[in-house]
Design a protein around this ligand. Structure first.
Ligand code: HMG
Ligand code: MG
Length: 306
């Protein structure tokens, strides 16, 4: 679709998929511990909004991410709505064993492009990580579960600074070889700008189809929405969002919340782009979690309601 005329620089798809990562990315970096019951209530609300992908928790080592230590209880406690894919982060075989016992639909495997963030986040070098994730992916697929991949620090690393595009392509390729159905490209510390996003995508799209790439923008410096538009202009149709603008990686200093799902949805609705998601229900779920976290969240839509 072109919004202006044949000279338009704005061309984008009529349909966009929003993947909700709030219950995982949103809560992993919070000081407030949300009760298991409230997490379940919140996820059940999200299941009724029209979202088709909800990342509900993380089967990482609970000592590393204490706020998600109740992963099993959450995964077993929620009501599963038909047509919704319930995913969780899985770092290794131990995590997969737990995730399978909790009957998760999809394993989300993750690693970084930069060596130092990978080491700080999952305690392994990049080369040590490949065989671990390969096993997780193969085993998941062998028992009928799909696998999604995350690549962190694609646009910059909190420890090493700039990241080389050749490294992004190399690690992305390894993850696709493992059998992931989709790769989410993470701006972990929210440093990307639209021109950089277009340069990175221009390089990646020579190797990987646009429908297998998703963008995961953190809004640390307010550039996330501009980066979404830049990605849409390159043919990307899948974006991760987090209700309320919650989120951040505890092992990435300076990381703050993801792009708020409701802000993204508001913009897409205004542009008459189909998502299948109900804005009022999303906003009400964002208000619910804001009430439980007991502080104003970064979401612009929530601020507009005050
Ligand atoms: P490790 O300490 O190196 O693990 O942690 P290990 O294999 O040496 O095992 C040590 C102990 O941990 C053992 O127990 C294991 O059983 C246990 P012990 O024998 O000593 O009693 N253990 C586990 N327990 C439960 N579940 C598990 C598990 N694995 C080992 N899965 C590990 C390695 C990867 C587990 C750890 O570093 C970890 O959990 N890291 C996760 C950090 C994290 O969650 N970061 C945030 C998510 S990534 C992110 O936010 C970025 C993203 O949003 C995209 C973006 O924004 O860029 C995805
Ligand atoms: Mg993230």
């Amino acid at each position: 679709m072109n919004v202006l005329n044949s000279q338009s620089i704005m061309s984008y798809s009529d349909e966009i998929t929003i993947n909700e990562v709030g219950p995982r990315d949103g809560l992993q970096n919070e000081q407030t511990i949300i009760s298991t019951e409230d997490k379940i209530t919140w996820i059940n609300q999200l299941s009724r909004t029209g979202l088709k992908y909800i990342e509900i928790t993380s089967f990482v080592n609970p000592n590393w991410i204490p706020t998600l230590a109740d992963a099993e209880e959450v995964a077993k406690g929620i009501e599963r709505a038909p047509g919704v894919l319930y995913a969780a982060l899985v770092p290794n075989e131990k995590g997969l064993e737990r995730a399978l016992q909790a009957n998760i639909d999809e394993a989300a495997i993750f690693m970084s492009v930069s060596e130092t963030h990978n080491q700080k986040n999952i305690n392994k070098s990049i080369n040590e990580t490949f065989p671990i994730l390969d096993k997780v992916a193969k085993e998941s697929i062998s028992v009928g579960k799909s696998v999604r991949g995350y690549l962190s620090t694609v646009f910059g690393c909190p420890y090493e600074g700039p990241v080389h595009i050749e490294e992004v392509i190399k690690v992305a390729n390894k993850l696709f070889e493992m059998g992931i159905r989709e790769l989410s490209l993470g701006d972990t510390i929210g440093v990307a700008n639209p021109i950089q996003v277009q340069k990175v995508l221009d390089a990646l799209l020579k190797y990987f189809p646009s429908n297998q790439l998703a963008m995961h923008f953190h809004d640390t410096r307010g550039t996330a929405m501009a980066n979404v538009l830049a990605s849409m202009n390159m043919g990307i149709t899948k974006f991760d969002g987090s209700l309320g603008g919650l989120g951040g990686c505890p092992y990435a200093p300076g990381a703050s919340g993801n792009l708020a799902t409701e802000d993204l949805l508001y913009m897409l609705n205004g542009m008459e782009i189909e998502t299948g998601i109900n804005y009022k229900k999303i906003l009400s779920s964002a208000q619910f979690i804001q009430g439980r976290i007991k502080r104003p969240l970064p979401s612009h839509s929530l601020q507009a309601c005050r």
